[in-house]
Design a protein around this ligand. Structure first.
Ligand SMILES: Cc1cc2nc3c(=O)[nH]c(=O)nc-3n(C[C@H](O)[C@H](O)[C@H](O)COP(=O)(O)OP(=O)(O)OC[C@H]3O[C@@H](n4cnc5c(N)ncnc54)[C@H](O)[C@@H]3O)c2cc1C
Length: 431
C-alpha cells in the first residue's frame, strides 16, 4: 500500500454508485471537508497521513493527549536493555509536514448528531468524518488489589509504553541474582497476543547474561498462546525450557495460572490452586477499548463494532473506529493491523466524500517476535472481507507462522526483519 500511487489507490476504492452530500456538512457549504482524528497512535497517524495523501484538500486535525508517541512495539527490548525508551519515541512534525494540524489535548466527547468533537481543553471541532483510534483501556478490578495507582507506583503493567516500561526495567535490573519475575498474562482478546511471551523471552535474554539463576514465571489465564510452538522451540534452545534450570516457566489456566488477587505489599499473587510470590511482578490486566470509545457510545460490550468494509462505527454514522479499540477479529490487535485498517478507512472516507462506494478491502498483518539473540519468529496473514457476514477472513495459504526448526540463518533474518518492520511502520505512520 505504501507505494501505491494516489490515483491508483483512489480508483481501487472507488465504485460507480454515487452518494448524496447529505451527512457531509462542509460539502453542502462548499468548504473544505474536515476530518478530526482522535488519537495519535498507529491507527490515527496512518489515517491522518493517508487522508492527506489521497486528497490534500481535506482539512485534517489530529488530537493526541501526549506530546510524542512512544511505541509499544519493540518496547519489550527496553526490558532486556537492548534499546532505550528514547529510541521508541517520535514527535509529530512529520505529520505536520503533510499539512495535518496536530494538537495536544484529550478528547472527552464526540457528538454524532452535530458532528462535533469536544476536548478537555474546552475546544470544539466540527467534522465531516471522525476517526477514532484511542487504543486500549484496562479492566481495573478484574484482579483484586490491582489498580491504577499500584500499577503506576509498584507493580507496572508496562502495556502502554512509557514510564511504567522504565520502572519495570529498573526493577529487573535491581532484582537480586536468583530472583523471581512473574508475568501475569490476560485472557483473549488483548493488545498484541504474542507480546507477553516476547516479554518473558526478552527478560530471560537479560537474565541469561546478568542473572543466570533467575526464574521467570508466566501465569496465564489461557491454555494456549500465539506462536506457542515456536516460542517453546526458542525457549528450549536459548533458555533451557523444560529442564530444572529453565529460565522460563509457563503455567496455563488448566495448571492454575489464572490469577484472582494481588497483595502488593508482599508481591504475592493468589491463583486458583496456589500462591506465587515474586521479586518483580508484571501484571498485564484484561483489556477493553480506550475511555473515549465508552464516552462517545461507540462500544458494544468491551469493543467497538464496525462495518468491516470501511471501519465506520456500527453505532454512529460518520465515526470510524480503528486499531485495538475496534472489534475486528479475526485480525489481532496489532500495530500492523491498525496501520492496515487505517488505510482502508482513509480510502473509504475519501470515496464517500467523492460520492463513490468503497470497494471490498483486503488487509495485512505480520507480528514478529524477538525471542533472543539471533532468534526471531513471526506470524503473518492477508485478510479479505466477507461482506455477507461482515467478517474479516484470512485468505487460506496467505501466511502462517515461520517454519519450525528453521535454520539459524532464517532465525537470524527474522530478527532483522523485525527491526526493519519497526522502522518501516514508524515511517509509514509518521513521516
Ligand atoms: C509490549 C508490546 C509489544 C507490541 N509489539 C507489537 C509488534 O511487534 N507488532 C505489532 O504489530 N504490534 C505490536 N504491539 C501492539 C501495538 O502497539 C498496538 O496494537 C497498536 O499500537 C494499536 O494502535 P492504535 O492506534 O489502536 O492505538 P495506539 O497506538 O495505542 O494509539 C492510541 C493513541 O490514542 C491516544 N488517545 C487515547 N485516548 C485519547 C483521547 N481521548 N484524546 C486524545 N488522544 C487519545 C493515546 O495517547 C495514544 O497515543 C505491541 C504492544 C505491546 C504492549
Amino acid at each position: 500500500m505504501t507505494n501505491l500511487k494516489r490515483r491508483t489507490f483512489i480508483r481501487a476504492v472507488g465504485a460507480a454508485a454515487a452518494l448524496g452530500t447529505l451527512g457531509f456538512p462542509s460539502l453542502v457549504l462548499g468548504a473544505a471537508r474536515r476530518v478530526v482524528v482522535v488519537g495519535g497512535g498507529v491507527g490515527g497517524c496512518t489515517a491522518a497521513k493517508y487522508l492527506r495523501k489521497l486528497d490534500p484538500s481535506i482539512a485534517v486535525t489530529l488530537i493526541e493527549s501526549k506530546p510524542a508517541y512512544t511505541s509499544c512495539f519493540m518496547s519489550n527490548e527496553v526490558l532486556s536493555g537492548e534499546r532505550t525508551l528514547q529510541s521508541l519515541t517520535f514527535g509529530y512534525d512529520g505529520l505536520r509536514r503533510h499539512g495535518i494540524e496536530v494538537l495536544q489535548d484529550t478528547v472527552v466527547g464526540i457528538d454524532p448528531q452535530s458532528r462535533q468533537v469536544q476536548t478537555a481543553g474546552g475546544r470544539a471541532f466540527d467534522y465531516d468524518a471522525c476517526v477514532v483510534s484511542p487504543g486500549i483501556g484496562f479492566k481495573w478490578g478484574a484482579i483484586e488489589g490491582y489498580d491504577e495507582q499500584v500499577a503506576n507506583e509498584a507493580i507496572p503493567h508496562a502495556w502502554n509504553a512509557g514510564p511504567q516500561t522504565q520502572l519495570l526495567r529498573n526493577q529487573i535490573e535491581s532484582m537480586p541474582e536468583g530472583g523471581h519475575v512473574i508475568i501475569v498474562a490476560p485472557a483473549d482478546p488483548f493488545k498484541c497476543p504474542p507480546g507477553p511471551y516476547e516479554r518473558a523471552s526478552q527478560i530471560a535474554h537479560y537474565c541469561k547474561h546478568h542473572k543466570p539463576r533467575a526464574k521467570i514465571t508466566i501465569l496465564d489465564a489461557k491454555d494456549a498462546f500465539s506462536k506457542q510452538a515456536l516460542y517453546i522451540e526458542g525457549w528450549t534452545k536459548l533458555y533451557g525450557y523444560g529442564t530444572d534450570n529453565s529460565l522460563i516457566q509457563w503455567v496455563g489456566a488448566a495448571g492454575g495460572g489464572a490469577v484472582e488477587a494481588l497483595d502488593p505489599s508482599t508481591r504475592t499473587l493468589t491463583g486458583l490452586v496456589e500462591e506465587f510470590q515474586g521479586d518483580v511482578v508484571n501484571i498485564i490486566p484484561p483489556q477493553k477499548a480506550g475511555a473515549i470509545a465508552f464516552a462517545a457510545d461507540l462500544v458494544d460490550g468491551d469493543w467497538c463494532p464496525v462495518d468491516k468494509r470501511t471501519f465506520e462505527s456500527s453505532r454512529h454514522k460518520g465515526i470510524y473506529v480503528l486499531g485495538d479499540a475496534s472489534s475486528a477479529a479475526t485480525m489481532p490487535k496489532s500495530a500492523y493491523a491498525a496501520n492496515s485498517q487505517a488505510k482502508v478507512a482513509a480510502a473509504a472516507i475519501v470515496a464517500g466524500f467523492q460520492g463513490k462506494e468503497p470497494d471490498d478491502p483486503t488487509f495485512v498483518n505480520t507480528c514478529y517476535s524477538v525471542v533472543g539473540e539471533d532468534f526471531g519468529i513471526s506470524v503473518a496473514a492477508v485478510y479479505r472481507l466477507n461482506g455477507e457476514t461482515n467478517t474479516i477472513e484470512s485468505i487460506p495459504g496467505s501466511g502462517g507462522v515461520s517454519p519450525a526448526n528453521a535454520s539459524p540463518e532464517i532465525r537470524r533474518r527474522e530478527v532483522s526483519y523485525a527491526h526493519s518492520w519497526f522502522k518501516n511502520v514508524i515511517n509509514d505512520m509518521m513521516e
